[in-house]
Design a protein around this ligand. Structure first.
Ligand SMILES: NC(=O)c1ccc[n+]([C@@H]2O[C@H](COP(=O)([O-])OP(=O)(O)OC[C@H]3O[C@@H](n4cnc5c(N)ncnc54)[C@H](O)[C@@H]3O)[C@@H](O)[C@H]2O)c1
Length: 337
């Protein structure tokens, strides 16, 4: 079996490629390298440099590499950027997916795993979010992911394609130091960056109705997430299935707890600066993970400590220096991507 992994040179995609290889499944990557790095890929995995928006190229890759299924991660993922440039996000994330699905139909490829997000839920007023919780995205990024799920579902029903839409919660950690996230857009790498700059991370709001007043999120180790893709690929290989599943740990951890644990792991304890709440940040976003356990026999193996320590090892490898002591505050984000 050979899987086309779009966005395979990215942070999560490279972990998915490594996990497929480990599971004895073939992979070919299509990536425009807009935020990815070809040197993340293991030897022997072909990397075609190009965009999913190029339908002829996608079709050629599917045919030339005799692809059996697609794992689609290629997308833009920055919430604030999507608010400023929604047309770009709809083109990259929705039109890119439409072109890819079109090529897959033409090449008769009928297995599809789609990288969705907890951002489809918006600010749900519920303790544990199930897949039946109402989707109400609060930014264009989340909208493109929800529209993507609808598109995948509609095409699947029209063509007999099997699919698994995976709604990732907050992704963190690294399988190996070389594969660590190189962008400082998620909470943990952002805090590392502030430490390195000698600044204190800022927390937006400490008066939420949560145990310590800061927002609570569900953090999932990227290696666990990669294993969920392998489980989805296996399931699609065995049956034509149609599933939409949360991928989280089902445990909430507060932003303050994460910052405290970062201090313990790095040996640089830091007191965050508390700022006003930001509009649109939900108090708590935690997955119910019953469905993915039932459907794919998957559950998370790693905890927050492993996420922080593996991310920290990767950070040190890239920066090769210790962070300076904490100084003035700079903003750190904990948006659900
Ligand atoms: N990181 C998170 O916390 C998180 C959470 C939920 C969902 N997601 C989704 O997971 C996927 C991967 O995210 P990531 O964190 O690895 O980001 P990333 O930016 O590291 O990876 C995205 C990859 O896609 C490539 N790419 C972007 N546009 C492309 C295009 N038009 N054609 C071909 N390649 C293109 C980039 O070069 C990059 O290698 C995205 O779809 C993202 O929306 C990420």
């Amino acid at each position: 079996m050979t899987w086309l992994v779009t966005g395979g040179a990215g942070y999560i995609g490279a972990h998915v490629v490594a996990a497929l290889q480990e599971a004895g499944m073939g992979a070919v990557v299509l990536d425009d390298l807009s935020s990815g790095f070809a040197n993340r890929l293991p030897a022997g995995v072909p990397c075609v440099v190009g965009s999913v928006l190029d339908g002829h190229l996608v079709e050629a890759v599917l045919r030339d590499h005799r692809v059996d299924g697609v794992i689609h991660l290629a997308a833009k993922k920055q919430v604030a950027e999507s608010v400023g440039d929604p047309l770009f996000y709809y083109r990259q994330n929705v039109e890119g997916l439409r072109v890819l699905l079109d090529a897959a139909c033409t090449a008769d490829v009928k297995r599809f795993v789609f990288s969705s997000s907890a951002a489809v839920y918006g600010s749900p007023p519920t303790e544990y979010i199930t897949e039946e919780t109402r989707c109400h995205p609060v930014n264009p990024y989340g909208e493109t992911k929800l529209a993507g799920e609808w598109l995948v579902r509609a095409v699947a029903h029209a063509t007999g394609t099997g699919y698994v839409n995976l709604r990732y919660f907050n992704v963190a950690g690294a399988g190996t130091p070389e594969l660590a996230d190189r962008q400082a857009t998620n909470l943990i790498p952002m805090v590392f960056q502030q430490l390195a700059l000698g600044r204190r991370p800022a927390v937006f709001g400490a008066d939420y109705p949560t145990p310590d007043g800061t927002c609570v999120r569900d953090f999932i180790h990227v290696s666990d997430l990669a294993a969920a893709h392998v489980a989805a690929a296996r399931r699609l290989t065995a049956h034509t299935t149609r599933l939409t599943l949360n991928v989280g740990r089902g445990h909430g951890v507060s932003v303050r707890e994460i910052i405290t644990q970062i201090g313990e792991v790095t040996g640089h304890p830091v007191e965050p600066t508390i700022l006003e709440r930001r509009t649109g940040d939900p108090a708590r976003v935690v997955a119910s993970v019953d469905s993915i356990l039932r459907e794919l026999d998957w559950n998370a193996q790693f905890g927050v400590r492993e996420m922080i320590s593996s991310a920290w090892t990767g950070w040190q490898l890239r920066h090769r220096k210790d962070p300076a002591p904490a100084g003035p505050a700079v903003r750190a984000s904990h948006a659900t991507r």
